[in-house]
Design a protein around this ligand. Structure first.
Ligand code: F6P
Length: 414
């Protein structure tokens, strides 16, 4: 494979995670070391939007110690976007603009870090550049707390959110039991179409401080059935903890907040979720009459760098680093993925998945990992998730508070 000499650009897209910047650190540190091949390393402001607007940063001007701090800095340090590219055959305006920018800045390496929608964007760009005969190596770097990317054993970002959720539920479990009166606690967890993250509540139960009931989007949601489950446990225990995915839908396709009002929609047609816990808590209050609490873990579950899994931090860095190494070695049109050995102790092995296979596909929690009643997960999930949440990430501290990366963000000149 011949050497492709030019510049590289990296962008972050979609909802952030506690470790998405660890992948950025992996891309930047590796790309900056590939001096014989990659001349300049750019970071796009707000993903693809920054490229279209020619707003990107010269990462070579950043202090290496700040790039190192990215590993433990949550949220998307360069800014993110939810921008849907049209199909090139329907409207190629954005693609032409992108090619123009790539030519102007001699971009020969494009790394895009995101989930399902972002891999669709990455795939579309990769195919357009190929058809245009413009030589550029395109690699997707996976990321999503939802853990629903096709072809990979798991996704960077999932394990840290899972560790936070399990830990928080263990703490809430103790708090929700202090009074000598009945109480129902509903904990709402992210994950639009897949229940991986909500299933992680079972890790808390595995330690004896977890929910009584777990509801995932993989199972049609039935309010009457849930009410019966809750009443049965309440009658016996006087305390009930429920973990519910924001993505549960009735068989008619309605999310819980839609049972009581309208919800807004984003560029990809995704409904703005959130509010499930308080809607359900209100139902229980009316029907059972006891003390209730609806807890929405909301953004906290995806930006809790202080509780990140060290395994997740290291693997996220590895995903970014591998994307660059593979591209320099001549690979293009793939997403970096992970696999684990079929038997024996956990290990994270790299696999490459064609972008066209990842784009627009979703990986759900297998039905056989969910109990027959559809209100809990079994040991398959525990065995899957436990190795991923191992290890504590050490966040740098300044004045008793986290010291996150401070990037200079020097605007790149064309
Ligand atoms: O990126 C995935 C995710 O975190 C989902 O779990 C959640 O439904 C969604 O993003 C929230 O998106 P936003 O931050 O755009 O409201």
């Amino acid at each position: 494979m011949s050497k492709l000499i030019g510049n590289a650009i990296f962008g972050q897209s979609g909802g952030p995670t506690a470790v998405i910047n660890a992948s950025a650190a992996g891309v930047f540190t590796e790309a900056l070391q590939q001096t014989g091949v990659i001349r300049k390393v750019y970071g796009a402001a707000h993903g693809i939007v920054g490229i279209l607007n020619e707003k990107f940063y010269d990462m070579g001007q950043e202090d290496p110690s700040e790039l190192e701090l990215l590993k433990t800095t949550p949220s998307s340090a360069l800014g993110s976007c939810r921008y849907k590219l049209a199909k090139a055959e329907v409207d190629d305006t954005d693609y032409k603009r992108l090619l123009e920018v790539f030519k102007k800045y001699d971009i020969r390496y494009f790394f895009y870090n995101g989930g399902n929608d972002s891999m669709d964007t990455c795939n579309k760009i990769s195919k357009y550049l190929q058809n245009a005969g413009y030589e550029c190596r395109v690699m997707g770097v996976p990321k999503t707390i939802d853990n629903d990317l096709f072809g990979t054993d798991h996704c960077p970002g999932f394990a840290s959110a899972a560790k936070y959720i399990a830990t928080t539920i263990m703490e809430v479990y103790l708090d929700a039991r202090v009074y000598d009166i009945g109480m129902i606690t509903v904990i709402e967890i992210m994950g639009r179409h897949a229940g991986w993250l909500t299933a992680s509540a079972a890790l808390a139960a595995h330690k004896g401080h977890g929910p009584d009931l777990i509801y995932l989007p993989e199972i049609d949601f039935d309010l009457d059935k849930m009410m019966a489950d809750v009443k049965r446990i309440y009658a016996k225990e006087k305390k009930v903890i429920i973990a519910v995915s924001e993505g549960v839908q009735t068989k008619e396709g309605k999310f819980i907040p839609e049972l009581v009002g309208e919800v807004s929609v984003d560029a990809f047609g995704h409904k703005q979720l959130g509010g499930t816990a308080s809607v359900l808590a209100d139902y229980f209050k009316k029907e059972i009459g006891c003390k209730v609490r609806g807890i929405e873990l909301s953004l906290m579950q995806r930006c809790a760098a202080h509780l990140a899994s060290k395994t997740d931090v290291d693997e996220s860095f590895l995903a970014g680093q591998t994307a660059v190494r593979c591209a320099v070695d001549g690979m293009t049109d793939f997403m970096v993925g992970f696999q684990r050995p079929e038997s024996g102790p956990y290990a994270c092995e790299i696999k490459l998945i064609p972008l066209s296979e990842v784009a627009n596909a979703e990986k759900k929690v297998p039905r056989e990992w969910i109990n027959d009643e559809g209100n809990f997960v079994n040991e398959h999930f525990i065995n899957y998730a436990l190795p991923l949440i191992q290890g504590e990430s050490t966040v740098a501290i300044e004045d008793g508070l986290p010291r996150f990366a401070r990037l200079k963000k020097v605007q790149a000149e064309g």
